[in-house]
Structures are given as C-alpha cells and as structure tokens.
Write a protein that binds this ligand. Sequence first.
Ligand SMILES: NC(=O)c1ccc[n+]([C@@H]2O[C@H](COP(=O)([O-])OP(=O)(O)OC[C@H]3O[C@@H](n4cnc5c(N)ncnc54)[C@H](O)[C@@H]3O)[C@@H](O)[C@H]2O)c1
Length: 419
Amino acid sequence: MTARGVGGRRRRYAIVGAGWRGPAMFGAPLLGRYADVAELAALVDVNPIRLDAARTLLGQPVAAYTDLGAMLREVRPDTVIVATRDDTHAAVACASLEAGAGVILEKPMATTAEGIAAILDAERRTGLPVRVAFNYRYGPYVGRVRELLASGAIGEVLSVDFHWYLDRRHGADYFRRWHRRRERSGTLLVHKATHHFDLLNWWLDAVPERVIADADRRFYGPVRAERGPYCRACDVRDGCEFSLDLAADPQLRILYDGAEAADGYHRDGCVFDPEIDIPDTMNVLVRYASGPMLTYSLVAHAAFEGFRAAFNGRTGRLEIEMVDSGPERDRPHDPILVIRPDGAAEREEIPRIVEDHGGGDLELLDDLYRGPLEDPLARAAGSLAGARSVMVGVSALRSLETGAWVRPADLLPAVGPGR
Ligand SMILES: NC(=O)c1ccc[n+]([C@@H]2O[C@H](COP(=O)([O-])OP(=O)(O)OC[C@H]3O[C@@H](n4cnc5c(N)ncnc54)[C@H](O)[C@@H]3O)[C@@H](O)[C@H]2O)c1
C-alpha cells in the first residue's frame, strides 16, 4: 500500500460515528486536504437525524447509512474509521475486519478486556491492519520528550510522577453525556486515561506489569438538589455555572439539538445527575516490567487544565508541563527541564501549539492518510499499544473492586511482556 492508496487509486474510507469527532476530525479533511489520496465513501450512524446533520456540516453529498452491515456490503471500503461511542468500538471494528476492511479506531480501542480480545482475534484471523488514533503521540513537545528519554538524557528511568488535570469546562463535559456511565465509556480511567497510559508506555518504551488504584466521585453527581434533567429543560440553568447552551455553538446545535428524538441522547445532560457512576478523582500506581514505577492521577474538576510530569532517572530528572487553561494559558512556550543531581539544569522551551491537541491531530492525519511516513519516534500505534493502555485502566477498575494489585496480563494474556 502506498500514499496513493490501493493499486494507484484513492483509498476509500468509511466513517462510523457521525457525532462531534468523526466528521470534523476525519471526514472534512478527507474531502479537503487529503482528497488527492483518499475518498470519503460513506458515513454511518445509528441516529438518522445526526447523520443528516453531519452531512450538512460536511457540505458535500456523502453516502449515508444507519446500518453498518449494509454499508460494508454495498460500499466495500478499504478502511473503516471507528468514531462511535466507546462501548461500541469492538463490535464495529470486528464487523469491519470480518467484511474485509482495515480499521482505524478512535481511542479507547475498546472498554473491556473482552472487547480488546475480540479485536485482536479478528485482526489475527483476517490479517488486516488495525491502527489506534493516538493523536497525543504527535506534536513537537511530546516527541522531544520521547527523544530525550530514548537518548538516555537522564539515564535509566526509575520512577515517574504524572498528573493530568481537566478543568471545569472540559472535565464537566464528560459528566453531561454517555461518558458518565461506566458501561459506555469504561470510566475516565479508560476513556481519558488511555491517552495518558499510552503516552507513558511509549515514552518509557515499557510494558505495564501491575496496577493498583484508588478513585472516587468527589465533585459531580447527585450533590446538588436544584437541578434539571438537561440544560434546555432546566429551571435553574440561568444560575448554574455548568449550564451548556447548545444554541450558542452552531456545530453543537446542528448535531445534537433535536437529534435526541431518535435515541434520547441529550448532549446537555446535567452534571449533577444521579445516574453518574464514574469517579471524577483518580489515583493509580503502575509498576512496569522493566522497572519504572509510575504515580498517576487524573482530576476532572480542576481549576486549570494541563499536565505535569517528572521522570526521575539515574543521572538526572526530567520535568515537563503543558497548560491548556489557567493563568499561564497564553505563554508562548512549554518548558522541558533537565536537572542534574549536582543542581545544574538544562532548559528547553518548545513553541506551543494550542490547537488540535498540541498539533497532534494534523500530524496524525498525515500519517494515517498519506502514510506510512518515516517514523523515527515510532509514533504510529497499532492494536498492542491500544490494548496495553486500555488494560491499565481496566486493571485499575478491577483493583478498585478488590483493593489489590492487578496484573493486566492476568486479565488479557496478549498484553503481557514479551509480546
Ligand atoms: N482522540 C481524541 O482526542 C478524541 C476526541 C474526542 C472524541 N474522541 C473519541 O471519538 C469517539 C466519538 O466521540 P464523540 O465526542 O464524537 O461522541 P458523540 O457522542 O458526539 O458521537 C458518537 C456517535 O456515535 C453514534 N453511535 C453510537 N453507537 C453507534 C453504533 N453502534 N453504530 C454507529 N454509530 C453509533 C452516536 O449516535 C453518535 O452520533 C469516542 O470514542 C471518543 O473517545 C477522541
């Protein structure tokens, strides 16, 4: 396969999931900057109203289906992009592979060990490619961190502190809709943390061996009596700091306002809803097979957004920090600091890219649609990377139930060291 696609013709993609992410991230670029090498052959969504809305937003006629099987039979795409609700990823990916299409999965690859196992099995049996769209691996800042660690800038990494903060604009959004149910998102330990565990596994080039966790719902959920079912039907929305006005954002309005008639999915659900069953404050310890010890946390109600991390190595310490909101959001650079045991320090300033996940989205698309490109940092992620990052979250959830350390490979042998 080349950048020209299959046998010299343009590669034909189908996108499954016509919500916020699928058409905007993957669809519009197929119709625009990648139209020379690729074609958007179909769009699929179980919600016919949102499907129509997504076609309107794309502004070009695209074949639309509410039935995945019919699309696979009639369109026969080369590659299916899976951008549906997380708990449906495994079924969509497996059906696509069985029908002869390669698969690009949005993160998380799946939400359960069973879902991951089914995808790995279908990939092995069909021999078709499976990629996981880890956009956070792309962009200059995270790439420089990988380069420094791989070049031995701080020697062997002994331990890592990694703390990710979601602010009350972004963090709250996960408590409005399907993400807030464990059965749909796998909780933020899977849905969100799969990005972070993947970054860490990739930066360290290491395999997670055991996991222990503590987590709780400390902020969202049924803590406020004065609330409504969703913002548009809420009597106290005017005084609520979390109210979301769908009408104020054209894309939100077109995709979601009215589409609930088909499936009851309210995009502006209340963050104080009693159905919320996921934690918003999470701590995880991970021991890697090759030695490094990780202390991880994720907070979904912080006063700023970004991450802070430090790698403690045999010959130095590497400190990194990226901010997306808060007092420093407009700074032009993000720092990378290497501190030596004698107190000496080396500092690099990496120019910030605010849009598109630190510039990652566009680089990822180049790689997916024009690639395979030269990849000295091994950014292209396949099913094993997708599986290993999800299984840290799944193991953390099991640990919450048992209070004990959990080995991901005990839940899914395919993610163990040596694979
Ligand atoms: N990598 C990133 O930075 C990033 C950012 C946002 C979202 N995402 C991922 O993209 C995916 C979609 O997220 P979103 O924000 O667009 O959600 P969304 O709720 O806006 O859209 C999901 C769509 O999937 C449809 N759907 C559900 N089940 C389906 C099925 N079985 N078949 C076909 N369609 C189905 C829904 O009707 C909905 O239109 C999620 O997996 C999410 O984790 C990734």
